[in-house]
Design a protein around this ligand. Structure first.
Ligand SMILES: Cc1cc2nc3c(=O)[nH]c(=O)nc-3n(C[C@H](O)[C@H](O)[C@H](O)COP(=O)(O)OP(=O)(O)OC[C@H]3O[C@@H](n4cnc5c(N)ncnc54)[C@H](O)[C@@H]3O)c2cc1C
Length: 598
């Protein structure tokens, strides 16, 4: 497997140049945060990811996790790498200083999450879920709960989980059955089975804090009757010391297609002691703090697999010799040309590069919006960032993972038959990527969230807020002759996006099923257009830097060139999705269930 090299230059370009984080932090009044600090983080994060985590990626996949009598052992080296991660203070970057955190905004650590995740996605899920648990307790917990759990979760000595899924339901949490019965002392007795719980049990931390959805007795049916609880593996008196073992245990771990080194656990709650977080029956609302966090985390996974597919594919395409270029030999002294000369191999490489770099820009933009939601001093600015982030989250989660999976597949294809063979690592990349479009809400569920909740339920306002931003950008560059071929298509698709949405809304008034028929194509359409905007923004910044003569010409020229590839070869896919939407609902519904197979 090619060695993972953190794409630091590109990360800096997005963070410092395109998103101008220095200006962003100054506006938020965060004087102590700046690109110098971020650069130091990037350097150290790259070293840790490349040297400690990447070497465990393949061995972790081959060994997997072990389960015996309720005990889960992670693959060799995982526990030690986690200890180093904790020792290095990495888990605490974003934590509240009151509980031992460094108090830095989410955008300051987004690239670290990308690097650890790309180096070893399975490993990164253990600390990854803890961050969501911290955010949920910070936002919804009582002072007592914060004091009891946040210091150890923030330091990484304890880890967290997210317990939603049950054997009979994942997407439809309204039908979950886990019960929570009140105890005399104000705690609750939690009984039920949760499945597919990532990091539900492992040997890396002293305690595991489960964040669990359950129903109170007589709670209303459906999503309005769900409450949220903290259920620790070991009870604590609030001092940070672990006490008695709670009645929650791992029943087994799953044997999976990919991310084999991440423990996916069946968790049995057998009258376990739990503590209510947030108001009764509002648990799903509170859990959205965790879910939105995890969705952005999963979007990073899309970038990670695109980047690995690209890095692996590029190294191989430069070395592997096969046939001659159609326009004449490019390596006349060799027996054949390197496959990178062939247009079709370049198509696969550039597609992966465009998705990795474009996906990175989208995910980092979401992290920047997350800072504004939390820290902007102006109410209107906070609200605007919140609405934009709500719109972009399902696009980032579902679109970036779908195209990340495509790029991982290109990685295999570039290697030819060798891509199918284990030792090259490209097949692991595909297997690991496959889960990303499923968990944290499948692509289908994200698409319903985008079209139904975020677009239709706001009467298109959330979308208009975004298309206005894109429109302003296009207008500001309308006289830029050199970028015309990049800006014009963005402006055209941006206009069409609104028209397409209106057309869907009209059809949906006749039959609500039209929303479900259109949703995934709509999400993909939205993803291609969103990335086009970001590619145009990156190209404009690159052009500006070239004009200013800041050096690094090759990097900026490559940016503009990749943007051109995106507009000419990738963005037209949006038209196909529009066509599919216009294909309508009837052809999906006319076949009787009984007549699908004969
Ligand atoms: C490795 C792994 C790790 C996981 N980690 C966690 C975790 O840490 N915590 C946790 O709580 N869960 C976790 N999950 C569970 C995961 O989030 C769910 O599997 C996922 O949300 C889908 O739920 P489901 O499997 O019940 O599928 P279902 O809900 O049964 O869906 C089946 C299919 O039907 C489609 N579908 C369902 N409803 C609709 C609809 N209304 N319209 C259109 N299509 C629809 C879905 O898109 C899907 O394609 C994990 C799963 C795996 C495999």
């Amino acid at each position: 497997m090619p060695e993972y090299k953190a794409p630091l230059r590109d990360m800096r370009f997005v963070l410092n140049e395109v998103l101008d984080l220095d200006g962003h932090y100054a506006k938020l009044g965060l004087e102590e945060v700046n690109s110098e600090l971020l650069n130091a983080f990037l350097e150290e994060g790259a070293k840790f990811s490349e040297n400690e985590l990447a070497p465990l990626n393949r061995s972790g996949d081959e060994e997997g996790c072990h389960f015996e009598d309720g005990v889960v052992t992670t693959p060799k080296g995982f526990k030690e790498a986690y200890a180093k991660y904790v020792e290095g203070g990495w888990p605490a970057i974003n934590g509240d200083p009151e509980f031992g955190g460094q108090g830095l905004p989410g955008s300051a650590s987004i690239a670290i999450s990308e690097m650890t995740g790309t180096a070893n996605w399975s490993w990164s899920m253990y600390p990854g879920l803890s961050h969501g648990a911290v955010a949920t307790i910070e936002e919804h917990g009582t002072d007592e709960q914060k004091n009891a759990y946040l210091p150890k979760l923030t330091s990484g000595e304890w880890t967290g989980t997210m317990c939603l899924t049950e054997p009979h339901c994942g997407s439809d949490l309204g039908i979950l059955k886990t019960k929570a019965e009140p105890n005399a002392d104000g705690s609750y007795s939690i009984t039920g089975t949760k499945i597919f719980i990532s990091a539900g049990e492992h040997d890396m931390a002293e305690n595991i804090v489960h964040i669990v959805l359950a129903r109170l007795p007589d709670a209303p049916k459906g999503t309005k009757g769900i409450s949220l609880f903290i259920v620790p593996k070991f009870l604590t008196d609030g001092s940070g010391a672990v006490g008695e073992r709670n009645a929650v245990a791992c029943g087994s771990i799953e044997h999976k297609m990919g991310i084999k080194a991440s423990a996916t656990c069946v968790m049995n709650f057998d009258g376990a002691t739990g503590y209510l977080i947030g108001p009764e029956n509002k648990g799903l609302n509170c859990m959205f703090t965790f879910m939105n966090f995890a969705r952005l985390g999963t979007a990073i996974q899309g970038v990670a697999h695109a980047e690995l597919g690209f890095q692996g594919g590029l190294a191989y395409a430069k070395e592997r010799l096969a046939m001659r270029s159609l326009s004449g030999p490019k390596n006349p002294d060799g027996p054949a040309d390197p496959i990178i000369v062939h247009p079709d191999v370049r198509r696969m490489l550039l597609t992966s590069k465009a998705f990795a770099e474009g996906g990175r820009a989208l995910v980092y933009l979401c992290a920047q919006l997350g800072d504004q939601v939390k820290l902007a001093r102006d109410d209107a600015e906070r609200e605007q960032a919140h609405d934009l982030m709500a719109l972009l989250t399902p696009i980032a989660k579902a679109f970036v993972t779908e195209v990340g999976l495509e790029a991982a597949n290109h990685g295999v294809q570039i290697y030819g038959g060798h891509g199918f063979i284990r030792e090259w690592g490209m097949e692991q990349n595909v297997r690991d990527a496959r889960i990303s479009t499923l968990y944290e809400g499948t692509t289908g569920i994200q698409a319903l969230d985008l079209l139904g909740r975020k677009v239709m339920m706001t009467q298109g306002q959330a979308l208009r807020n975004f298309t206005k931003i894109v429109h302003k950008f296009c207008e500001a560059h309308a006289d830029n002759g050199e970028l015309k071929e990049l800006i014009d298509p963005v402006a055209r698709y941006n206009r069409e996006w609104g028209e397409l949405t209106q057309a869907i809304a009209m059809q949906a008034m006749q039959n609500p099923d039209y929303v479900g028929a259109a949703s995934v194509d709509y999400l993909m359409y939205s993803g291609y257009v969103t990335l086009a905007y970001l590619w145009a923004r990156m190209a404009a910044k690159a052009q500006e830097q070239l004009a200013a003569g800041t050096g690094d010409e090759d990097f900026y020229k490559a940016k503009i060139s990749t943007a051109r590839f995106y507009m000419k070869r990738i963005l037209p896919r949006a038209a196909g999705h529009k066509g599919a939407i216009e294909g309508g609902l009837d052809c999906l519904m006319e076949l009787d269930q009984e007549h699908f197979a004969f």
